[in-house]
Design a protein around this ligand. Structure first.
Ligand SMILES: C[S@@+](CC[C@H](N)C(=O)[O-])C[C@H]1O[C@@H](n2cnc3c(N)ncnc32)[C@H](O)[C@@H]1O
Length: 262
């Protein structure tokens, strides 16, 4: 099966795990919800002994790191990503237990038979996919009847919107790709899955080092043209937005849980 290329900016962004790790570290350091998004997501999935699980766009495998031993007996996990660099990072993070396989694959053309997975997961990636309908059709095709498609994404009122609103004078725009969000994802999902629910993860950032936000900003795909010379002024502006040394930034994350329904 052919693997279509990632758009250039996305391919550059995910050539290695560096950008993803940098942004994850801001969330790890400053999120007010102590649970963490990945542990929360893992807790949303209903996994039974012997289930077959597929994650597409698995990135560096962080959903499973430290949690593989919590999978019920007899489960099989297939991890896929279009980027070989990401798959390498996932393999390094998780090792190679015999119930886990790693496959380079595009969600738009999955190299798996029909109806072979109990759960398909596509977290924080559907907004990158050029043909969303093809991706959703593939997710539905490889799901067993009664299986669940889980896809985490962000909402419009989060970090990116906050940065665009407060740093517009530096040319910072809303770098968020709006093609698959908490709001724009509902309608396409409903065309493929009869039962579509949203579960929200309540959180915010309370940042004490403005430099960390600047690092995050410069790592974003949409900010590739942001002038590095403006960085000190951006940091100063962020410091000015702090109250008692804390910059509070909203977050909006959650996951859709979809079934084919009746
Ligand atoms: C933001 S990362 C999310 C990684 C992981 N799911 C997570 O939640 O941390 C997006 C991932 O999707 C992958 N990706 C982008 N387009 C893809 C496609 N068409 N098929 C499969 N993976 C894709 C990227 O290589 C990247 O690893």
């Amino acid at each position: 099966m052919s693997v279509s290329p990632l758009p250039d900016a996305v391919a550059r962004q995910y050539a290695s795990a560096a950008n993803l790790n940098l942004r994850a570290s801001l969330h790890e350091k400053y999120s007010v919800n102590p649970q963490g998004f990945m542990p929360w997501l893992f807790g949303q999935y209903i996994i039974r002994p012997g289930d077959s699980l597929l994650e597409v766009g698995c990135g560096n495998g962080s959903l499973w790191k430290g949690r593989l031993d919590r999978l019920p007996k007899g489960c099989r996990l297939t991890l896929t990503d279009l980027s070989q660099g990401m798959l390498d990072a996932a393999r390094e993070a998780l090792g190679t237990p015999d119930f886990v396989t790693f496959t380079q694959a595009d969600i738009q053309a999955l190299p798996f038979p029909d109806a072979c997975f109990d759960t398909v997961i596509a977290n924080m990636m559907l907004y990158h996919v050029p043909d969303l309908d093809a991706a959703l059709a593939q997710a539905r095709r490889v799901l067993k009847p009664g299986g669940t498609f889980c896809c985490a994404t962000y909402g419009e009122f989060g970090v990116s919107g906050f940065l665009a609103k407060n740093l517009a004078e530096f040319g910072v725009t809303d770098a968020l790709n709006h093609s698959f969000t908490k709001r724009t994802g509902v309608e396409p999902l409903r065309r493929f899955f009869g039962d579509v629910r949203w579960a929200e993860y309540a959180d915010a950032l309370e940042v004490t080092e403005a430099d960390d936000v600047a690092d995050y900003l410069y790592s974003l795909t949409g900010m590739a043209n942001l002038d590095p010379a403006r960085r000190p002024a951006i940091v100063a502006k962020l410091r000015g937005l702090m109250t008692d040394g804390v910059l509070r930034i909203p977050k909006e994350y959650g996951t859709f849980m979809c079934r084919q329904g009746i």
